[in-house]
Design a protein around this ligand. Structure first.
Ligand SMILES: *[C@@H]1O[C@H](CO)[C@@H](O)[C@H](O)[C@H]1NC(C)=O
Ligand SMILES: *[C@@H]1O[C@H](CO)[C@@H](O)[C@H](O)[C@H]1NC(C)=O
Ligand SMILES: *[C@@H]1O[C@H](CO)[C@@H](O)[C@H](O)[C@H]1NC(C)=O
Length: 485
């Protein structure tokens, strides 16, 4: 097998390091000789070994150059496909769609009969290398419908031209119509998109991942999307990490913020993960319409909720199965429709950003919103807010959050009332999340030396009333929980 670009480059670096190490080692040796007084011998030895190292580097360079030139025509050997070898213009002046597609087609010719899940051809680690260039594309780079896995596209920029179709994506992992005929199967597996800047030119979207398994989008910057920055449909285990998405290149307080559009990430599938991602402009940060997705370390400042934006929209009423942690919701809220199995913790909400539970069929079950920090502007915004009425509320825990400048809402609360008489009322309406719902009450009555008969009289309207059989001076301490279990 000929040494080609990928191996050649790694090999070159290795060779340089080795040559360097040899030089250092031998210089040390020369120093040792100098102690025996032979200064001339020392200089000669240094020169000799420097020449040796230089010669070695030169021979590596020339074999590397030869390999590099032979790349485009080589069918066996390296699986690194440099798009510039296919004539793609790295200056971004001329359309490079056909050249890059040709490189992708070559990479999709499998090196062996090895297959991955569901018979997906194993491309053996093939890479489309963008050579640090910027490429103009008139149409989507759609991976071949024959499918493939163990493949990467990396290290460069793609820019949609003014002719780019508005309903497509710069990179599409999509088998198109053949996917419809075999909708249950997967077409791509372990495809990595890394170190890419994608500029959709306010026309289409950035990346579509359809019916794929184990796809990684890592360290990308996706901008100019009109539809979605990244759209995942079907399949599972798309991992979006360390990535920046924004329709407009901006860094907050943008005069055009009210008109931001598009969705940075759409997860229309299960078992995906979004971590360490920033959404800096879009109407919606993340739209989730599938279950069992995890979101962590996401900073959303896409379009303030006050301007009609949404940070994270969980549109999976009745089976949310989403867990969110360590996020920074920066003026943009989380909206969850009929949350069933939802966890939100360890997150920071700034600028009146909150969590909105939106009733569709009025079911909230298995919800944990705990241990978050909220910071608002003193306008009386609830940290967790209901949009509509919930008839079914089970295992909903909104507690141990901290708030400044916002109303602290919870599903459990403590309070006390002090007075001289026979009735004590503790009003939990301002703090309890669900109206007129108390599932559990515990109280104690402290009346000094008095020993009155007492009872829980009423809990209607989230107001707890305790009564005594005679007038006493007493304090009543009450603990309530909106769950009955
Ligand atoms: C791949 O499979 C074909 C058909 O079964 C066979 O002819 C060929 O030798 C195989 N190639 C390798 C590299 O195993
Ligand atoms: C409570 O009220 C009763 C009569 O209503 C009065 O006699 C008593 O002094 C009061 N006690 C206190 C502690 O205010
Ligand atoms: C509880 O309080 C509500 C509101 O004040 C009232 O309508 C209701 O009749 C009370 N229930 C009882 C059992 O006293």
């Amino acid at each position: 097998m000929e040494v080609l670009a990928g191996g050649g480059r790694g090999g070159l670096l290795h060779a340089v390091l080795l040559a360097g190490a040899a030089l250092v080692a031998l210089t040390g040796g020369a120093e040792a000789w100098a102690h025996h007084g032979a200064a001339g011998a020392r200089a000669g030895a240094e020169r000799r070994y420097r020449d040796l190292a230089a010669g070695r580097m030169e021979s590596v360079r020339s074999s590397f150059g030869k390999a590099r030139r032979g790349l485009a025509t080589s069918s066996a050997g390296s699986r690194v496909y440099h798009v510039t070898d296919y004539g793609a213009d790295p200056t971004g002046a001329a359309d490079a769609t056909a050249a890059i597609k040709k490189a992708i087609a070559d990479a999709f010719s499998p090196p062996s009969n090895a297959t991955m899940t569901a018979g997906i051809p194993d491309l053996g680690g093939a890479e489309i290398h963008l050579d640090g260039g910027t490429y103009l594309v008139n149409g989507p780079l759609t991976l071949p419908a024959s499918g493939g896995g163990n493949f990467k596209i990396h290290s460069g920029s793609l820019r949609a031209s003014a002719e780019f179709p508005t309903d497509r994506y710069l990179i599409e992992l999509s088998a198109g119509s053949s996917a419809a005929s075999s909708s249950s199967s997967y077409h791509y597996e372990y495809v990595t998109l890394r170190d890419l800047m994608l500029d959709c030119g306010y026309r289409g979207g950035g990346v579509a991942v359809v019916d794929s398994l184990r796809v990684g989008v890592d360290n990308c910057y996706i901008t100019g999307f009109e539809t979605e920055g990244i759209a995942v449909r079907g399949g599972h285990e798309t991992y979006i990490r360390n990535t920046f998405l924004g329709q407009h290149m901006t860094a907050g307080t943008d005069p055009g913020e009210r008109s931001f559009g598009g969705t940075a990430i759409r997860l229309d599938g299960n078992d995906n993960s979004v971590s360490d991602v920033v959404v800096f402009s879009a109407a919606t940060g993340i739209m989730v319409t599938g279950g069992a997705n995890t979101i962590s370390g996401v900073h959303c400042y896409n379009k303030a909720t006050g301007f009609g934006g949404t940070g994270i929209h969980l549109k999976v009423p009745g089976l949310t199965q989403t867990w969110l942690s360590n996020c920074y919701m920066d003026y943009t809220s989380i909206v969850a429709e009929d949350p069933v199995l939802l966890h939100v913790s360890g997150s920071f909400f700034l600028g009146d950003a909150n969590v909105v539970l939106k009733a569709v069929n009025g079911v909230a079950r298995g919800v944990q919103i705990t241990g978050n920090m909220f910071n608002g502007r003193g306008k009386g915004v609830d940290i967790v807010q209901l949009d509509g009425e919930f008839g079914t509320v089970e295992q909903v825990y909104v507690q141990q959050n901290s708030a400044m400048g916002m109303n602290l809402k919870a599903t459990t609360a403590r309070g006390s009332a002090e007075g001289n008489g026979s009735s004590w009322t503790v009003d939990f309406a301002p703090v309890l999340l669900f109206p007129d719902r108390i599932g559990h009450v515990q109280y104690s009555l402290v009346a000094g030396d008095a020993f009155p008969g007492h009872t829980l009289r009423n809990i209607s309207g989230n107001q707890v009333v305790v009564a005594t059989d005679k007038a006493v001076s007493a304090t009543v301490h009450v603990l309530v929980d909106q769950n009955s279990n």
